[in-house]
Design a protein around this ligand. Structure first.
Ligand SMILES: Nc1nc2c(c(=O)[nH]1)N[C@H]1C(S)=C(S)[C@@H](COP(=O)(O)O)O[C@H]1N2
Ligand SMILES: [Mo]
Length: 339
């Protein structure tokens, strides 16, 4: 471990707001290049964790999952029934609907599971079915429209990065429902019920029942209030994600405009970044940009936006996460200092 020195930095004034005094690492302790996210795959112990309450600890040997409701014949499956079926291994990114832009409730893993439709086929889906309802061990429940649920890429996953699904991430099985925020990716599934309608846990609280992932870009480095050496080359990095809803990410651009123009769409100068990591439209795209830091000290505002394969350009407005997922540019403020 490096010995870290800290210096006190005087209050910074940003757009009329005075930010409080804070401790910042001394200049020469700041690595010049840190990619964030640093790798395509998020290790299991670094993957974000989110749920409504206590994490239920389930035992595979006691676990049973019923498929009930509008089925030809209700069935009960155990852990071996699932793991014995033909499986698919695929990389998928998960993102929380409540993720304020720039927070880190987004991670990517390699998952193994069984296409949900192969499991539903075992019970037989009745024609009048409109939704698939998932009931979970922590009393969370949510529904997915039947046409979305029957897509081939929807998986009941039981492995994460080659390991049995960790308890935090839904052991023994969780849904991976690409195109949709975390709310539609239930963990610790106990029962799957085919029904005509259902109001899920979060929808009762006013969250969007459709929960399609919106095109968004986060800046991982620099972090807000970073101190950057004047006249150096600094690597700005981050991730963009649309969960396949716009065909994946075509390119990512950054703008360093000293806070003057980035809040206005299509004004300011946008620089192309390099995509250095990608899996499929269903995963995040990792990008970086070698920035020639100006020689003049001062404050800068850095923002990033993505352009999707279907031509959609991310818009700068709409910062609120609620109730249907955040859009808008993530921007960070950094301070250029003379070394
Ligand atoms: N059973 C259950 N599943 C759940 C939730 C929950 O509270 N309970 N939260 C959802 C939300 S809001 C998110 S963002 C993802 C997070 O998945 P992770 O903890 O594996 O990252 O789980 C989803 N699945
Ligand atoms: Mo979430």
């Amino acid at each position: 471990m490096n010995r870290r020195k800290f210096i006190q930095v005087a209050a910074v004034s940003v757009g009329g707001l005075t930010l409080p005094l804070r401790s910042l690492p001394a200049e020469n302790d700041i690595p010049k290049e840190i990619l964030k996210p640093a790798s395509m795959i998020t290790p299991n112990d670094k993957f974000y964790v989110l749920q409504i309450g206590e994490v239920p600890v389930l035992k595979a040997e006691h676990w049973r999952m019923g498929i009930t409701g509008l089925v030809e014949k209700p069935i009960m499956l155990n852990y071996e029934d699932i793991t014995g079926m033909e499986s698919v291994t695929a990389m998928r990114t998960l993102k929380c609907i409540g993720d304020p832009i720039g927070e880190e409730q987004m991670s990517n893993a390699m998952w193994t599971g069984v296409p949900l439709r192969n499991i539903l086929d075992k019970a037989g889906v009745k024609a009048e079915t409109k939704v698939v309802v998932f009931r979970c061990a922590d009393r969370y429940h949510t529904a997915v429209p039947i046409d979305r649920a029957l897509r081939e890429e929807v998986l009941l996953a039981y492995k994460m990065n080659g390991e049995p699904l960790p308890t935090d991430h839904g052991f023994p099985v969780r849904l991976l429902n690409p195109g949709h925020y975390g709310t539609k990716n239930p963990k610790w599934i106990m029962n799957i019920m085919l029904a005509k309608s259902h109001v899920g846990y979060w929808e009762k609280e006013g969250w969007d029942p459709v929960a399609r992932v919106k095109l968004a870009t986060v800046i991982g480095t620099p972090g807000n209030d970073a101190i950057i050496q004047a006249g150096t080359t600094y690597t700005i990095s981050g991730a963009a994600f649309d969960s396949g809803n716009h065909g994946g990410i075509e390119r990512v651009e950054v703008s360093i405009d000293d806070g003057m123009t980035t809040s206005v769409d299509d004004v300011g100068s946008w620089e192309a970044t390099e995509i250095w990591g990608e899996g499929s439209p269903l995963t995040w795209y990792l990008w970086k940009y070698e920035w020639q830091v100006p020689d003049t000290p001062g404050e800068v505002e850095i923002s990033a936006r993505a352009i999707a394969n279907d031509g959609l350009t991310q818009k700068g407005t709409g910062f609120d996460a609620e109730p249907a997922g955040a859009v808008g540019y993530h921007f960070v403020r950094a301070e250029i200092v003379k070394g």
